[in-house]
Design a protein around this ligand. Structure first.
Ligand code: SF4
Ligand code: SF4
Length: 440
């Protein structure tokens, strides 16, 4: 891959067309789902920003799905599609990456730890020769005591695996402690890596119970250019307001809680500070649940979930794990969305009513203080989601081990302190023990 930093990319509809290929196949019901859903009466959400008025490429009638909107991650200048390729489970499938590129997906997100480096290697091979057309983000878990040289070593290993000499965004990954983004060695690393042209922008990704306080601190400090935040309809107070009319019908009065009422405010704050805002975990672990009755003409549950987050004008785009060509095509049915329809809301409420009993909310910390052993319940249940809902037990084991197998403490626990601590009604002791037995 080439050495000079490219200018900030400016992609429009004509650039998008450059990715097009004649061949494609997908399920008929998804053919024009974005068009039909966008044509429904939408729920207008947050007021517009510059990207809310960015041009949306018209869908080619009967053509393959493709990216329909791009935007710029604030002051970083990094241009991204509204739906980006998540390389979390990527392990050798270069054709999948090429398929995404052909559909106009020009931003690829990975981490040094994904598939023990094989995700980065796969991207490096698949995108060789296309570096100027794409933007890349990768991640490192730089702890509060990490040294500048150790972080630089991790970045250089990532660059070798990716076959490039720079990445567009380098994230401090899964930040759950303000000390990690205030570590002077991390800040020195960021300044040096930028000077050396090895990174264009610094980032913070997070899905922990301390997400909002870490985002607040990062905005205050002004050393972070881009955020990648766990966010979905269920932690958005606006969703439950607009969903009120469906609530009783689908839930029998189940008392939903918006777990991160602060997050929309912080995303607005980040946008006002000209920072990039990307979101992940937008589907609430839905991929491998039985969603057949949520798939209807006009869209799938995934598209509904994506339209919900994309309708927030403070969100530049989302990252989602892509594991099959048909999944990519399904996902792109939501590209270009600026509203979530009433039908989308109905679909998401129905999904929530069925699944909320075991889906731990990213960023929630409501049970954090309940456990006398300080078990990382949210982290434990996130790895449960990877194993059971995403169908990737091997990755889940690695991540559970990286957390230090926290739920080992639950096996012999005689305390009932966490029982009833979850506002969503999750049976914490049962799920935590199960997770440890499966992954510990
Ligand atoms: S079962 Fe016991 S150790 Fe585990 S989270 Fe609950 S209180 Fe903590
Ligand atoms: S188990 Fe419940 S209270 Fe605890 S982090 Fe998850 S959603 Fe929040």
């Amino acid at each position: 891959m080439g050495s000079p930093l490219p200018p900030p990319m400016s992609r429009d509809a004509s650039h998008t067309r450059g990715f097009r290929r004649a061949h494609w196949s997908r399920r008929e019901f998804l053919r024009n789902s974005a068009n039909s859903a966008l044509g429904l009466t939408g729920i207008a959400l947050l007021p517009g920003c510059d990207d809310a008025t960015a041009p949306v490429a018209p869908a080619a009638p009967g053509g393959p799905p493709e990216v329909r909107r791009y935007s710029t991650l604030g002051r970083s200048g990094v241009r991204i599609p509204d739906i980006s390729f998540g390389g979390w489970g990527l392990d050798g499938d270069e054709r999948l990456v090429r398929h995404a590129l052909e559909r106009g997906i020009s931003h690829f997100d990975t981490a040094g730890g994904y598939a023990e480096g094989r995700s980065e290697r796969t991207l490096g091979r698949a995108l060789a020769g296309d570096r100027p057309r794409v933007t890349l983000a990768t991640k490192v878990v730089a702890k509060a005591d990490a040294t500048r040289d150790a972080i630089m070593g991790a970045l250089e290993s990532s660059l070798r695996r990716l076959g490039t000499d720079y990445v567009d965004v380098y994230f401090n990954h899964a930040v759950n402690d303000i000390a990690r983004i205030r570590n002077p060695e991390w800040l020195e690393f960021v300044a040096l890596a930028k000077r050396q042209g090895k990174i264009r922008a610094s980032g913070m990704s997070g899905h922990s119970g301390r997400l909002t306080e870490c985002v607040d601190a990062a905005i205050d400090d002004d050393h972070t250019d881009v955020f990648l935040l766990a966010h979905n309809y269920a932690n958005e107070p606006g969703f439950w307001g607009s969903a009120q009319r469906f609530k009783d019908r689908f839930t029998g009065g189940f008392d939903f809680v918006a777990y991160q009422p602060e997050l929309p405010r912080l995303m607005r704050r980040a946008r006002e500070a000209d920072l990039g805002v990307m979101v992940m975990k937008t589907r609430r672990g839905a991929r491998y649940n039985d969603l057949s009755d949520h798939v209807v003409p006009g869209g799938s549950e995934a598209q509904a979930a994506f339209r919900w987050v994309l309708s927030n004008s403070d969100v530049h785009g989302l990252v989602v794990t892509m594991d099959k060509p048909e999944v990519i095509d399904e996902y792109l049915g939501a590209s270009g969305a600026r509203t979530a329809s009433l039908a989308d809301t109905e679909r998401l409420v129905a999904y929530e009513a069925r699944n909320s009993g075991w889906l731990c909310q990213p960023g929630c910390a409501a049970c954090t203080d309940a456990c006398p052993a300080s078990v990382d319940v949210a982290g434990t249940l996130r790895t449960r989601m990877y194993a059971q809902d995403y169908g990737r037990p091997e990755i889940a084991r690695t991540e559970y081990a990286a957390l230090g197998a926290p739920a080992a403490a639950c096996l012999g626990c005689r305390s009932s302190a966490c029982v009833g601590a979850c506002p969503a009604g999750i049976d914490i002791p049962r799920l935590a023990r199960r997770t440890h037995r499966a992954l510990g």
